[in-house]
Design a protein around this ligand. Structure first.
Ligand code: NAP
Length: 280
């Protein structure tokens, strides 16, 4: 259980990943994403989650370079995740897409490289490319995103490297308990995207009750629930006050009743796409 914003979880390959990070989906390239990453790093965040598809890797890269030059941080203090987009999947095209991401980020390695979605007929070749990238030391860890149990079972049959992470939509109305257990059994760490339901869960009455009891916000309660469930979490905000608020979750603990009550809010409700019915 992490006690501090910079605490890490050890992945199945020994790499340490922060439990908590900043997501930058929909943070606009340029000043918006740069300022968000800067505010997060200034507050103490050490992990940033981007993707080729977010079209803001350059801004993330500039903010990371600045943090290294001006905040006294070294590259090793930061954990940068990016992802290969669906149209680039396949062996050679993934290798090329990875090099382009590295160059946009102005990095010589990433900490975590993910297969963004399980594109049918392609994700196994994509994974072979990630294995090569990993073996060459250009990604310290590799993983997947939006993989259901059947995708993982299929991938594990043919893979040399077990994914370190599966990043999926997960929040109080989509608790993903079966996938959480499966990933736990396989040594794969689950990471929650859209933990706040893209902002849609913040006026939920039950969550507001728990938030009031602890003198915290609904966002803080949800993010704390993730960590107490052993789930890595990457809320997105481009607002410095909300970036600080989201990171300020290490001074309270949800009790067993709170945890059970939140778990029971599950409705298998997705705000994002369903990995089994997704065609881009
Ligand atoms: N792998 C995938 O397929 C996938 C898919 C989606 C997302 N992701 C990753 O997961 C990250 C998080 O998911 P998300 O961006 O979809 O949604 P989210 O983190 O659940 O919610 C973000 C929304 O909530 C608002 N917000 C954040 N903190 C708040 C607070 N304390 N109080 C009130 N409002 C708050 C943000 O607005 P402001 O910015 O204005 O604060 C934004 O509108 C993404 O940025 C991305 O890195 C991955």
């Amino acid at each position: 259980m992490p006690n501090h914003l910079q605490d890490t979880v050890t992945l199945n390959n020994g790499v340490k990943m922060p439990w908590f990070g900043l997501g930058v989906y929909l943070a606009k390239e340029g000043a918006e994403v740069e300022n968000a990453v800067k505010a997060a790093i200034d507050y103490g965040y050490r992990s940033i989650d981007t993707a080729a598809a977010y079209h803001n890797e350059e801004g993330v890269g500039r903010a990371v370079t600045q943090a290294i030059q001006h905040n006294g941080l070294s590259r090793e203090n930061l954990f940068i995740t990016t992802k290969v987009w669906n149209s680039d999947q396949g062996y050679e095209s993934t290798l090329e897409a990875f090099e382009k991401s590295l160059s946009r980020l102005k990095l010589d390695y990433v900490d975590l490289y993910l297969v963004h979605w399980p594109v049918k007929e392609k994700y196994k070749d994509t994974w072979k490319a990630l294995e090569k990238i990993y073996k060459e030391g250009k990604a310290r860890a590799i993983g997947v995103s939006n993989f259901q149990i059947h995708h993982l079972e299929d991938l594990l049959q043919d893979s040399e490297v077990v994914p370190t992470v599966n990043q999926v939509e997960l929040h109080p109305e989509l608790t993903q308990k079966e996938l959480l257990q499966y990933c736990h059994d396989q040594g794969i760490r689950l990471e929650a995207w859209s933990p706040l339901g893209q902002g849609n869960l913040l006026d939920h009455e039950v969550l507001q009750g728990i938030a009031k009891k602890h003198g915290k916000s609904v966002a803080q309660v949800i993010l704390r629930w993730d960590l107490q469930n052993g789930v890595v979490v990457i809320p997105k905000s481009v607002n410095p006050d909300r970036i600080a608020q989201n990171g300020n979750i290490f001074d309270f603990v949800l009790d067993a009743d709170d945890m059970r009550t939140i778990d029971q809010l599950n409705r298998n409700r997705r705000f994002g796409s369903d990995p089994d019915n997704f065609n881009i």
